[in-house]
Design a protein around this ligand. Sequence first.
Ligand code: ZN
Ligand code: ZN
Length: 731
Amino acid sequence: MPPPRFACFAIALPLYRVFEYAIDNKAPVIVGARYRLPFANGIKTGVLLNASEHSEFDPARIKPVLEQLDQHAILDEHMLALVRWMSDYYLQPLGEVVFQCIPGYLRGARAHHPLRVKRWRLTAADADLIDALERRSPRQFEICQALRRQPDGLTAADLKQINPHWHAVMKALQAKQVVRWEWIERPLSSQPSAKLPVLSDEQHGVLLDIESGLDRFAVHLLDGITGSGKTEIYLRLIADRLAAAMQVIYLVPEIGLTDQLIERVRSRFGDCFALSHSGLTELQRYQAWDRFRRGEVSIMLGTRSSLFSQCDRLGLIIIDEEHDHSYRQEDGVRYHARDVAIKRAQMLDIPIVLGSATPSLVSIANCARETYFRHRLDQRPTRYPPPPLQLIDVRNSRFDFGCSAQTFARVEKHLQQNGQVLIYLNRRGFAPVVMCHECGWQALCRNCDSRMTMHQSVQTLLCHHCGAKQAIPETCAECGHQEVRHYGIGTEQLEQGLRQRYADTPILRIDRDSIASRDALKSRLRQLQSGEPCILIGTQMIAKGHDYPAITLSVILDADQALFSASYRSSERLAQTLFQVSGRSGRGDRQGEAILQTRFAEHPLMQALARRDYRVIADDLLQERRQLGFPPYARVVIFRADAVELKAALAKLDEIKALLQPARGFAELSCVGPMPALMTRRIGRYRAQLCLLAQDYQLLRSVLAQTMPEIQQIPGSSRVSWSIDVDAYDL
Ligand SMILES: [Zn+2]
Ligand SMILES: [Zn+2]
């Protein structure tokens, strides 16, 4: 058979097509490797998808590739199948998906050099020679004995564990021709070591349940109250997989990746894990990806995009805090890491464990459909259950920097009893509204349909959507009046107020403005860990994943807005946040308390939050979704457009709708729009949407299958661009 002469490549472009080039048929063809390609008047990097002997086009007009960049596939066969599935399911251009799934470091033409590692072994030298070392050179003997126990050999890291001065010892042994070394691409990972905490009966039961099915695909939902010891179960499952010589991907939300967790994984598994998160450089993330790919480490611990780490022996995927919104990528290639992870596990026939104290409604619904297995943990290993949420009715209260007198009384009680207090306020800055007292003029962003937030520390008004800055006005821009005031409370103002009121108590603030670096976060978390009384103020950054046993009071200052949000998801989000925040307290040896200030104490959802457990509320919310015909009982696909004028964005969606309308089955879908998006103007562009909603998923897919080939031909431009959002998070 003649060798292939042509190949199709994926290029990172928002186009629904692949690109054909001629290849050098003397070099081996590597599917999944990168090549440099001539493109228009420049050069682009492409990933080879498949090669063939013939082309449909005139061979004379097909350009040859410029250079092969990799000797190894950057995406193996399994990952290529996964990216094809993602492109098909999320209706995203294949080229963009392919480049989403490889490390940022490799998206250009940088070389991919697999690192090699030395491994030492015993030679076939005489056993007596080694035995003789026992008396003459105990240090050499010690290492030889370790090598005897490990016929596959030991790496530098292993040898260092045995003797920090191993280098000199090995040199001596090498001179005696007792040992030799070789280059390997895949060193063995060091084995876990540590004494294990005792499991509760409940944890033990859940572990046995999950362990009984580790050899096949299954989705396990670990539904355990805050502080019930989910992490310990993850670690046991990881140990089990490592013992079977398999690898594990362990995903956490960005902020869940604290030193606390990293230390816990390190103390259990030594250095056989790689870390990947947005605080690392592209090179560091690439190195983590490569170490995992080569099997040098067995665990990939990281945030969303770590899901795309490839390896030969994946045996388990864990997604902690599976309800967390950060698993969904909302720009560029839109996907949900949890859902892609489930697909990946299914393709490999391996188990996946989703964990949360407040599981997403969609996962709970999947348990009810019996597609997921639900495992419950209802007890904390400490004596005290999570505190119930107490409502503080503040309708007629006076406030000082957002706190009522009752709230202060509670804070003071806990500080006096040497407790730590957590105050949750999901609004950063000093004040969210700047307004003229005379005419009602408000400071609005010139690029977005949003208000400017006052930040006192930097003496600026800031837009939280586009980052626009402007000076704090002294007079009204509209009427010239001298009295421009600020309204509402942000974390900055709360911190200032609390510092004045509690001069002797340390006040820590954790939000995006106060935590410029991971080090700043670390130092605040260390202070919490000390257990000394203090007040911690924070936004959603503190709502999850932290375990600080000295916190005895959680205060939620203002959650009322969520009751009247236009989003159908807001109740789910509110319930998750409140249970997560209240669950931060009372994790140590004292009963905790959790309070919520509200002007709507009679609201049915507030009543439910105070009286019921999350699972009951979740069931009620699911009931409501079913009646309204919203996800998870329907599927949503949204076409989005944005342009410098609203008219152009709407026109683009009209064009798309005109292609959808003639499709068989379209009449049975609900189609809403085109209409302006909820926040119409953002970062200087007008946004519109066209929403398709269907209870019957197959029908929705069939309408899209009929029309996408034509829709994909609709050009986008910088003047008006369009995109598609499958399983859109919000309507
Ligand atoms: Zn005015
Ligand atoms: Zn803005």
